[in-house]
Design a protein around this ligand. Structure first.
Ligand code: ZN
Length: 465
């Protein structure tokens, strides 16, 4: 039985005591060797020349491909069928000789995608948070979690975050019995991402003031809802954060604006996924996403702008030329001129997951950023969600503010649906529905657009962008 399991069985006060003792340790001891090696390497190599970064990438790629060829039956077959050997892949053009790996193929060949030379004891089973269809399940080496955390801290260091700094989090699964939870081991005060009453908002602000952390971290949707509620109730924010750190989820411009206005600090977004193939974040001077070449190879499909990644972290379940289904938006460049890092590619934003798009019966995909406009100045509604029930039916679910005049509410919703109708076109029927609250997904994430139309339609539609 490992130490974690032993601690897990102890009574709650003893467990908290151990966490406090652990949290009091300096970060140099609290985080392991793998973390610090990765973090220190990144802090140094972020200023490398493009040539040096590319050379490093190719070394990592060749290591990964040799391993995949030797130990992963799926990739052995892929190479053999094409008459290729890992040493034939010398640059990015060569890499394109290998096919994309998509989620369906992963599910279909999952047994053959697991490396034969791994010890199950060292592996951690994980899954994507896909809300449509079945999530993808796969394995990671335990040390991968530490390495991933080093990449995240490296990105956050651009806004002054140091490993071990305390944070307030507005994210995670919703437990209605416990809205506020403090983990002394990680120095994280976690607040459930549910903003339902004035008392809740006030209590969250009081806890933040007492806790005194300099960073607020969470789902952009939840933090934006929190900011809206603070403004709506006319409450003061008693803390000055150095930055609001958005968790990896597509961020809309209106979310950035309200967060900046209410918390009077900068917001900082990054893009990542559980499969760990691409990680990218803003920098000190630009809100464009800089992909980190030391993490993997990022390709952008030239036709669809889908982000394709080959990750260097996972040797248990290697993802090579993996289709993330996330869409990068233009302009896409090979370098950020503002900070001087040679990280590449750099793209303006992540348009959202494929599942976040609305698709019309004509096969046109409509990006979330376009749909957000009519929602910007709603007065009677505090929360919304858009559900595409069918190709020709979209339902707007709306949570009204308490005590609002019902006529004003009806009028605003009617106007909202008319505006949406203009965006979506005549062949889509737009209806509204008043609800008490919008459910979070099982991981506590808030999904603004929920698509119930089949993935095939979405994938076909993507060609239309
Ligand atoms: Zn930059």
């Amino acid at each position: 039985m490992n130490l974690r399991k032993v601690i897990g069985k102890l009574p709650y006060p003893v467990k908290q005591g151990i966490k406090y003792a652990y949290g009091a340790l300096p970060p140099q001891i609290r985080y392991g060797k793998v973390f610090w090696e990765t973090y220190n390497f990144l802090q140094k190599s972020q200023w490398w020349s493009k040539e040096k970064l590319e050379e490093y990438q190719m070394q990592q790629l060749s290591k990964l491909l040799s391993h995949a060829y030797k130990n992963v039956p799926y990739y052995r077959r892929i190479f053999d069928e094409r008459g290729l050997k890992p040493e034939h892949i010398q640059d990015l053009d060569d890499l394109r000789k290998l096919p994309y790996l998509d989620k369906n193929s992963f599910k279909r060949y999952s047994k053959d995608l697991l490396a034969r030379n791994t010890n199950p004891k060292d592996l951690h089973r994980t899954h994507t948070s896909g809300t449509t269809g079945k999530p993808l399940q796969f394995y990671q080496h335990r040390s991968e979690i530490e390495r991933e955390w080093a990449f995240v801290c490296h990105q956050w260091s651009r806004v002054g975050y140091r490993p071990g700094d305390a944070r307030v989090e507005l994210r995670g699964a919703v437990d209605r019995r416990k809205f506020i939870y403090y983990n002394p081991g990680t120095k994280v005060l976690r607040l459930a991402p549910i903003i339902d009453t004035k008392e809740r908002v006030r209590s969250y602000l009081e806890h933040m003031e007492r806790f005194g952390a300099k960073f607020l971290h969470g789902y952009p949707g939840a933090i934006a809802a929190f900011a809206f509620a603070i403004r709506y109730y006319g409450l003061a924010v008693p803390v000055r954060f150095r930055a609001v750190l958005f968790a990896s989820e597509a961020v809309y411009d209106w979310e950035r604006e309200i967060v900046r206005e209410v918390f009077e600090c900068r917001e900082f977004a990054f893009y990542g996924q559980t499969e760990h193939v691409v990680i990218a974040a803003e920098c000190e001077y630009s809100s464009c996403y800089h992909c980190i070449p030391q993490y993997g190879i990022t390709e952008i499909d030239p036709d669809t702008y889908e982000i394709i990644g080959t990750g260097f972290l996972n040797y248990a379940n290697p993802f090579i030329r993996y289709r993330t289904t996330d869409i990068a938006s233009m302009p896409i460049s090979s370098r950020c001129e503002k900070c001087g890092r040679n990280y590449f590619p750099v793209f303006a934003k992540v348009e959202g997951r494929l599942e976040d798009f609305i698709i019309t019966p004509e096969g046109t995909l409509i990006a979330p950023a376009i749909i957000t406009h009519p929602f910007k100045d709603l007065k009677t509604v505090k929360d919304t969600q858009i559900v595409q029930k069918d190709l020709d039916l979209v339902v707007v679910r709306a949570v009204p503010w308490a005590g609002k005049d019902s006529q004003a509410l009806q009028a605003e919703l009617r106007q909202l649906c008319q505006d949406l109708q203009i965006i979506l076109g005549k062949s889509v029927q737009v209806k509204w529905e008043i609800v008490e609250e919008i459910e979070r997904t099982t991981s506590g994430k808030f999904k603004w657009i929920v698509s119930e139309v089949s993935r095939d339609s979405l994938e076909k539609g993507i060609k239309e962008i």
